[in-house]
Design a protein around this ligand. Structure first.
Ligand SMILES: Cc1ncc(COP(=O)(O)O)c(C=O)c1O
Ligand SMILES: N[C@@H](CCCC[NH3+])C(=O)O
Length: 469
């Protein structure tokens, strides 16, 4: 029976064991005996070998999406006489293995800090295929990026122009740069994920772009590639991107009068489904819509279509990953009248996935070690942290006989999960395991209690003595 406490978007499932294909990774399925199996590796085997929580990355899923985005955009922009450079936004999740996959699949890497740049370099990526972002890059980050021969730097403020130009002169390079513009387009997403509205820290207002580009062009050590726009993240419609392209295009055309502007970067932000009610725009449709918009703009203004760059993160890595947890305690909590919500607590929480607490993100959950015919019950999957807001899944239905010791899987945790993980309450960050063709291997080691303690600087010997006085 439908629980009145369930949010309006959550339907009572006819089968609370079913894996919704729009949310689970491509190679997630139930085995004949009902267990969750991802790319041929059973959930119980993963839990036995790696413990829980564990992030499980379906490698073929990531790579199919990476190639799929590149091919869709290549095809659609090829159709209008242009081409596309795809940068994987490493902030969503980065490890040397992920860098190697992206490079092998023909993508470039967008780093948003010196740390992300270091991972890409450690993986052996050609620096020319890397880009560096950030509203407050340190002098050391700029120097390192320029020094290794990074492909592009996205300039985010007037003051940064001098910093990048100086570094380029010192290294005897001409550094290709883009300029991040605040298009003023309000993306339909969570307030914290909209990056082009007023009163936020990113980019240069449209009105100041011409003057700022003139400063960039006044430096012999800089090469201006074009404008950059990123309106936000987890966006389901193409209108916002098209509107940003329109606003940038008008300035792009003005800038052509002062010199070459070979590129236009439309950023990332393509949304994915986290639960059965989310409907992600198919990448083919998005690519076709954007190509049509850009072709129309070029025709309207009577200029050539520039090379387009995009920076998807979430839409490549997000759907690939499932977090497995073990159920510890269960409580039926009376909420209103006779309506109860089943609180199912697991061995992780906001330290491995902060998104529900930070953005109110709604994930879904399934029992992973078995199926059950028991009547579905409305559950809230809670973590083990000392916070009532420590929720992993606000609302979903699980078979009512869910019990301690069950494994549960939360799909679509690949983006901004591990990447935003913390050690809150001294929990160790879980390992990240890649699965493919029945094989599982660690791509990021989990932390141990010793790792955490090894950072503690220890006690002054004297303080113990004082204490005993
Ligand atoms: C400049 C920039 N590019 C790309 C991305 C990647 O966004 P997403 O992971 O939503 O595709 C972000 C994050 O929102 C960003 O700030
Ligand atoms: N961290 C955000 C996305 C922000 C991306 C960076 N601009 C999320 O989890 O959805």
């Amino acid at each position: 029976m439908r629980n009145p406490l369930a949010p309006s978007w959550l339907e009572l499932p006819s089968d609370a064991n079913a894996l919704d294909a729009s949310v689970w990774s491509q190679n997630a399925e139930r085995s004949a005996d009902g267990e969750l199996v991802i790319a041929g590796v059973a959930a119980t085997e993963l839990a036995d070998r790696f413990g829980t929580p564990v992030y499980v990355v379906d490698e073929a899923d990531v790579r199919t999406r990476a190639r799929g985005i590149r091919e869709s955009f290549d095809r659609e922009f090829g159709r209008i006489g242009s081409r596309v450079k795809v940068y994987y936004a490493g902030k969503a999740f980065l490890s040397t293995q992920v860098v190697a996959w992206m490079i092998a699949d023909g993508l470039n890497i967008d780093a948003s800090s010196g740390g992300e740049l270091a991972v890409a370099l450690a993986a052996g990526a050609d620096p020319a295929r890397l880009g560096l972002h950030g509203n407050n890059k340190s002098l050391a980050e700029i120097d390192r990026a320029v020094g290794v021969g990074i492909g592009t730097i996205v300039i985010d403020s007037l003051i940064e122009i001098e910093r990048v130009a100086d570094a380029a002169s010192r290294h005897g390079r001409v550094q290709p740069v883009r300029l991040r513009v605040n298009s003023g387009v309000h993306a339909h997403t969570h307030e914290y994920l909209a990056t082009a509205r007023e009163d936020q820290k990113f980019g240069i207002p449209l009105a100041d772009v011409a003057a700022t580009v003139a400063v960039i062009r006044s430096h012999d050590s800089l090469e201006f590639l074009g404008l950059h726009s990123h309106i936000g993240s987890q966006i389901f419609e193409s209108d916002g991107f098209a509107e940003a392209a329109r606003r940038l295009f008008a300035v792009h055309v003005e800038l052509l009068a002062g010199g070459p502007v070979p590129e236009l970067n439309l950023g990332g932000g393509f949304g994915i489904a986290y639960n059965g009610s989310d409907v992600a725009l198919p990448i083919d449709t998005l690519a076709a819509n954007l190509a049509d918009s850009v072709a129309q703009l070029a025709a309207e203004f009577g200029v050539a279509v520039p090379v387009i760059a995009i920076e998807p993160g979430r839409s490549i890595i997000g759907p690939s990953t499932t977090t497995l947890y073990t159920v510890g305690t269960i409580k039926d909590v009376l909420v209103e009248g006779t309506d109860t919500r089943k609180y199912v607590s697991v061995d992780g929480g906001m330290s491995d996935n902060i998104r529900p607490a930070l953005y109110g993100a709604d994930y879904s959950v399934r029992i992973a070690n078995r199926t059950s015919e028991s009547e579905p019950a409305l559950v809230r999957l809670a973590g083990k942290h000392c916070e009532s807001g420590d929720i992993v899944v606000h609302a979903d239905y699980l078979p009512g006989d869910v019990r301690p010791g069950d494994l549960v899987g939360v799909p679509a945790t690949g983006a901004y999960g591990w990447a935003m993980a913390s050690n809150y309450n001294y929990l160790a960050r879980p390992p990240v395991v890649a699965v493919r063709d029945g094989e599982a291997r660690i791509i990021v080691r989990g932390e141990t209690e010793d790792d955490l303690l090894s950072r503690d600087a220890g006690l002054e010997p004297v303080s113990i003595k004082d204490q005993n006085k």
